[in-house]
Design a protein around this ligand. Structure first.
Ligand code: F0G
Length: 351
């Protein structure tokens, strides 16, 4: 196969597969690491944005899903199940389609962004809505897979996190070093756990000489790790990270503590500000949850917790097209114009 081979083949020496497994891949990973002039100027740091919306289904979940689906297929199982705020279900649906497996997805009623639902529908997943939040969906998915022949592909499945480590490896491979600080949005906390393991692998093996401090940011209405206790009714516009009881709690705390990092909450208002700024100043359209890392970057730069001159990577986790409703908030009508160059010029204030 020509071109980027996907993360399993790109990191074949670091990702173990079952004997004789057929690799299920959509050539995920190899995503852009974009130098951000604006964010670097504002923060006095050297800021890069890892654009995970460039993955095949538009989020970082594909890194874990290629590995989870490859294992599931090799095991001889016929169906996979996941709970999701939307991106895991979109990814599971696509990779199950590719593998020829059935995907069942449990989603919280009315709380998943339109684009993600469209993806699950398009890929032919069995979509079941739960009268509850993500945490309820995950509990139900785990119980179902424990009792019936269906494999759980949420990040509590450890091979998911192996795949997600590849983002940290890619960053080090491109920069030729580890960053000083890595900023991430945190929901169910699998990704911050995986990044920290990935960076730690490279440092342990002498590929890089250091590890970054891990800065994990949560939405203020869904910030259990910041509060130090689960949140019963999480609420935020960033529906992807509307999680009250993160499954990888221990992994996230380990990442924070071992790296000398921090957890911080950012308001929906600051998330939307960062969301608009990324799109309008950097040309990077992300979904609201993804902008949480950048909102956190700006907050910690402003209050001095982010040392000036640091090399910083912010992961933006999902594509803006996932959530068209948020993009169009406050837009009622697109300006009409007559079929006439003069009218166009007048509208654009060129005349
Ligand atoms: N950003 C996006 C766009 C996400 O979809 C998620 C998680 C996160 C950040 C947080 O990552 O859970 O590893 O801390 N989405 C899950 C889902 C919960 O169901 O798609 P995390």
């Amino acid at each position: 196969q020509p071109g980027w081979p996907g993360i399993i083949r790109a990191y074949a020496d670091r990702i173990q597969l079952p004997e004789g497994a057929k690799v299920v891949t959509l050539h995920e990973g190899g995503t852009p690491l974009v130098a951000s002039d604006y964010l670097s100027d504002v923060t006095g740091c050297q800021v890069y944005v890892k654009v995970e919306g460039a993955n095949p289904t538009g989020s970082f979940k594909d890194r874990g899903m290629t590995v989870a689906m490859t294992h599931a297929l090799a095991s001889g199982i016929k169906a996979v199940i996941c709970a999701s705020t939307g991106n895991t279900s979109a990814s599971a649906a696509a990779y199950a389609a590719k593998a020829g497996l059935t995907a069942a997805v449990l989603v919280p009623r009315g709380k998943i962004a339109l684009g993600k639902l469209a993806q699950a529908v398009a890929h032919g997943a069995r979509i079941l809505q739960i009268d509850g939040n993500f945490d309820d969906c995950l509990e139900l998915a785990a119980k179902t897979s424990a009792e019936y022949p269906i494999t759980l592909v949420n990040s509590v499945n450890p091979v998911r996190l192996v795949g997600q480590k590849t983002a940290a490896w890619e960053i080090c491979d491109v920069l030729g070093r580890a960053p000083d600080v890595h900023c991430l949005p945190v929901g169910n906390a699998g990704n911050i756990t995986a990044y920290w393991r990935g960076y730690s692998d490279y440092a342990t093996d002498g590929v890089v000489g250091s590890t970054p401090r891990m800065f994990g940011f949560q939405a203020a209405g869904a910030a259990p790790l910041v509060l130090g206790e689960p949140v019963a009714d999480p609420e935020t516009i960033a529906t992807a990270i509307r999680v009250g009881s993160p499954a990888s709690w221990t992994g996230a705390v380990t990442a924070k503590e071992q790296s000398g990092g921090l957890f911080e909450a950012v308001t929906d208002e600051k998330i939307l500000e960062a969301y608009r700024l990324l799109a309008s100043r950097e040309g990077i359209f992300v979904e609201p949850a993804s902008a949480t890392s950048v909102a956190g970057l700006l907050a910690t730069a402003a209050d001095g917790r982010l040392p000036g001159g640091s090399v910083v990577v912010c992961t933006v986790t999902g594509h803006g097209l996932k959530d068209p409703d948020t993009a169009l908030l406050g837009v009622t009508e697109v300006e009409p114009v007559p079929v006439d160059p003069g009218a166009v010029a007048t509208a654009l204030e060129l005349a």
